[in-house]
Design a protein around this ligand. Structure first.
Ligand code: ADP
Ligand code: MG
Length: 248
């Protein structure tokens, strides 16, 4: 490379941001959602636009009732918008039929506040479950589930039932279960809501590590600013609108 070319590349690198060229896993434009309560419309989302690129770690924060869960449910294809568009991995969700929507839901990793683990199954059984739903043979399931439990630091807890695990450990089983199908991204609705502050912050440390070391795209919804502050990008929702969208 000549000196001239070299200085040109340097100048370009200075003005361009490499991260802006990563593929968009989620692309939302002018999304609205209005629920009808009898005759009364409730505008839960009033025109939300945002995109998420592969490898991002985002917190969506906002007070109770600001539309956070509604937004997550749209992203996870659990509900349809009133207007606006949602692209997941470049596919317009509104063009999908029921079967394709069900497939899409399988490709989104959901982690709920209440963990939703099955109490009679041990950690390994819980993590295996989504694999049996998608028809992976039993032998491969056990292996994949065990690898995921090792990744979340529960290699020595595989045969513990949920009642034999701490709150933070149960949450990590729920994360392993969400990750095992290799989803495009993981969304967590108030993942620390049922945990004490210390355990909540530990879960966030763990989420950071998953993002950094394994490149997992993470979107976490929380009403707790201290928890939200752990993410790299923070989107604030208020009254169904984005109030701010900043890199931490
Ligand atoms: N299924 C529903 N039917 C009617 N109103 C709803 C429904 N779900 C949510 N809402 C209303 O939409 C608004 C946003 O709710 P939600 O997305 O759950 O907020 P958040 O998760 O930020 O607490 C609230 O005013 C809530 O009462
Ligand atoms: Mg909510």
């Amino acid at each position: 490379m000549t000196e001239e070319e070299n200085s040109l590349t340097t100048a370009l690198e200075y003005t361009l941001n490499e991260e802006d060229f990563l593929p968009k896993v989620i692309d939302i434009k002018k999304l609205t959602k209005t629920y009808m309560m009898g005759q009364v419309p409730v505008e839960a989302l009033r025109g939300v636009s945002l995109s998420v690129r592969k490898g991002e770690f985002i917190a969506v924060i906002g007070p109770s009732g600001s539309g956070k869960s509604t937004l997550l449910n749209m992203i996870g294809a659990l509900d349809r918008p009133t207007s606006g568009t949602i692209l997941i991995n470049g596919v317009d969700v509104s063009t999908l039929g029921d079967n394709q929507l069900a497939d899409l839901r399988q490709s989104v990793g959901f982690v709920y506040q209440t963990f939703n683990l099955i109490s009679r199954l041990d950690a390994l059984g819980n993590v295996e479950l989504p694999l049996s739903i998608v028809g992976i043979p039993k032998k491969n399931r056990k292996f994949k589930a065990a690898v995921m439990l090792k990744i979340v630091g529960l290699g020595d807890r595989m045969h513990h039932k949920p009642s034999e695990l701490s709150g933070g450990e149960r949450q990590r089983v729920a994360v392993a279960r969400a990750l095992v199908t290799n989803p495009a991204f993981i969304i967590m609705d108030e993942p620390t809501g049922n945990l004490d502050t210390k355990t909540g912050l530990e879960i966030m440390e763990f989420a950071k590590k998953l993002n950094r070391e394994h490149g997992i795209t993470l979107i976490i919804v929380t009403h707790d600013p201290e928890i939200g502050n752990q993410a790299r990008r923070i989107i604030r929702l208020r009254d169904g609108l984005i109030e701010s969208d900043e890199v931490n």
